[in-house]
Design a protein around this ligand. Sequence first.
Ligand SMILES: [Zn+2]
Length: 418
Amino acid sequence: MSLLIKNAFLDGKTVDIFIKNGKFEEIFPHLDISQTDEILDAKGMGIFPAFYNTHCHSGMSALKGLGDGKGLFDWLNEEIFPREAKLTPEDIYNASRLSILEMIKTGTVFFADMYFSPEETIKAVEEMGVRAFISFVQFDLFDKEETKRRKKQALEFILKENPCPDRILKGVSCHAVYTVSEDLFKWTADFAKEKGFYVHIHANETQKEVKDCLEKYGKRPIEMLYKWGILTPKTLLAHCVHLNDTEMDIMAETGAFSATCPCSNMKLGSGFYPYLKMKEKNILQTIGTDGVSSNNNLNMLEEMKFTSLMAKGRAYDASVATASEVFKMATENGAKSFGFKAGKIKEGYLADFMLVDLNHYSMKPGYDLVSNLVYSASSEAIQTVACQGKILMKDRVVDSEDEILAKAEYLFNKLKDI
Ligand SMILES: [Zn+2]
């Protein structure tokens, strides 16, 4: 499979780009290649790396718009958990497809997911052509029988054949310290080391989580995760809002990386992520949207802008979290954190990219295109999106969009009166 892109604007120059076997093979001002499967004229378009969203619950798109104005715990207990109990595997498949549709439309080709029925999300990812980290979720609520059951299910999930290993990473999530027992954390830590997979955890999202953890264990969440041996360079800690210096030092020492989710944190009134201190501690920082039901979209353009603005506001310093820094978090850092050589338009890198209409009103004038992408771009300017060299959206058209939207309407009708 090969693709020749003609006349794309990259780093101030117009170039041709040849993509072969999913990677950028050659980038040069003029390429004369006759043997290619497809040619795409990108005149008037800028080429940029596509986004890597490192914290998501794709099956939650069925629950968008519920419980506005509630904090995390009331929102979960009153709005989300009762409805999640009614979701069938097929509902989760359809909700995942709706999320993936939104991600493709807004320039994202990778997401790190944490949700029930992960096999359904795997099916949706495989069919729609994106890349993902899909995890089995540990959530035992300190019930010993449930702990046993979860261990068995996690084992089965990991051992089951991966239908698409070049685009899908499988792993395990431990939901949070307030929903997962010490036994299950320790077991997952050992299992992850044995099999070499990534682990995804909600950490230090709210003040209540930290306070409850201190009362229960006498230590803070990240200190407990360290004690249980689950922090490694393959551990993704989502949120990381309320961290002290010791916890940041632990992250730096173990190589565990963060996914900030500013929209969700602000919408649920959870607080502000400590971007500057994390940077000073050299912690690998990435960006996630969280589930669409607490955001309420999966648009990484917005998430980059909020990451930057929140960091500037928190530091009382406009020079903090520049556009290029947060763009790197949303592309190169996200890819690097999961071991993908992607996030740059460069020979030898995975061809995960988007073509952006530079004549769109939101990209004009073009003094600094990365600044435009972070602070002013509309997702409508993103015309084409590709993952591993395969085009998933062309001229803003994604296959099967109408069918996905029809299923979303069915989910709304099913869940609205619960
Ligand atoms: Zn989350």
